[in-house]
Write a protein that binds this ligand. Structure first.
Ligand SMILES: [Fe+2]
Ligand SMILES: [Fe+2]
Length: 358
């Protein structure tokens, strides 16, 4: 990471413009009042007798409470983001957080409250759990700068988007309104993912060294639920398969999102090295530190090759096909492309990068 966080005035102007645009067209928020008025239609009690194999009633409650309680703690996350924005003089980030993101997020837990009430919880019990979760200290494990924060936001929003989608699918057979509500929240998280992606991309465009920050953030990433509701968050991985989710596809999607944000295989390679170094994992026979030294001695072009190898390994080879063929053309030789392909495959075969390490 660069020694100090500083963006050129032009980039700050563009980020301000992006937030202006988001503020003027934030899309349709979840209407908490509508769900309060139609809470009888959010009854999912009959799902208990028809759960997918591998899920119990306790699991169903846990799945819903994970969404309900992590969504209710919006202000804790907003405070952590605002602290970064203030320390790094990034008013655009504070403005986005306070004027758009927070009021939007504050509505997301409402539909889950009524679904949980249909399973026998009283409003008073759930309100008490909300108060307790909001009072818990939120431990933000990510890096301190706005580029770390927006990268964290992008990954976290993508994963949350996925979670609401899985719940929507689970409850659809017993309550179309509950499925609609989950998908409405999911759509908001999709928008948040895109907004954070655009903010991150603008910062990386201004200073490509920030690729390292993306790698650090990926390595240190932990869902907020780990600090606020660990009893539910710890079970999320076990719930994914019976909910019909594929963990390796999720990892692949996160990698694609990061690569698209960085915009080049070279920066993806730099991100992967930072990720492996932060996590202390080896990429094949070499430690990340040794590999970084070797690549730096080669003049840096090895980062692109490493980026390609990682994408190939993850089944995302199509993402760099156009970039690689343009590079080959500019060097005027098919031999270059073939040689590069052989080296890339060799690195990819050597690489020990399992989905679990992400
Ligand atoms: Fe949310
Ligand atoms: Fe969100």
């Amino acid at each position: 990471m660069p020694a100090t966080f500083q963006l050129p005035a032009e980039t700050t102007r563009r980020l301000d413009g992006l937030v202006d645009q988001i503020e003027s067209r934030p899309g349709e928020f979840v209407d908490a009042k509508e769900f309060a008025e139609r809470q009888s239609e959010l009854d999912i009690k009959s799902l208990v007798a028809n759960l997918p194999p591998g899920l119990t009633e306790g699991d169903l409650v846990g799945i819903l409470k994970l969404a309900f309680l992590t969504e209710c703690a919006t202000q804790s996350y907003a405070d952590a983001i605002d602290a970064s924005a203030l320390a790094c003089e990034a008013p655009w980030l504070a403005r986005f957080t306070d004027r758009v993101w927070t009021p939007d997020e504050l509505t997301h837990h409402t539909p889950y409250k009524y679904m949980l009430m249909s399973l026998g919880f009283t409003e008073a019990e759930l309100d008490k759990e909300v108060r307790e979760t909001r009072e818990k200290p939120y431990e933000h494990r990510g890096g301190p700068t706005p580029v770390h924060v927006t990268t964290f936001g992008m990954i976290q929003e993508y994963l949350t988007d996925n979670w609401h989608g899985l719940i929507g699918r689970l409850v659809r057979p017993v309550s179309p309104l509950a499925a609609y509500a989950s998908n409405l929240v999911k759509k908001r998280e999709t928008l948040h993912t895109i907004w954070y992606r655009d903010m991150t991309a603008l910062q990386v465009e201004a200073d490509p060294r920030f690729a390292t920050c993306l790698g650090e953030e990926l390595a240190n990433f932990r869902m907020p639920g780990n600090s606020l509701v660990p009893e539910f968050q710890v079970q999320a991985q076990n719930w994914l398969p019976p909910l019909g989710a594929d963990f390796s596809r999720i990892v692949k999607d996160v990698l694609r999102l990061l690569h698209e944000t960085l915009g080049s295989t070279r920066l993806t390679g730099e991100m992967i090295i930072a990720f492996a170094a932060t996590k202390g994992i080896a990429l094949g026979p070499f430690s990340a530190r040794q590999l970084r030294g070797a690549i730096d001695r080669l003049g840096g072009s090895g980062y692109g090759l490493l980026g390609e190898a990682v994408l190939e390994k993850a089944g995302l080879g199509y993402l760099f096909a156009a970039e690689a063929s343009a590079a080959g053309r500019s060097r005027g030789t098919a031999v270059y492309l073939r040689l590069r392909g052989v080296m890339r495959s060799w690195i990819s075969e050597q690489m020990v990068l399992r989905a679990e390490s992400l």
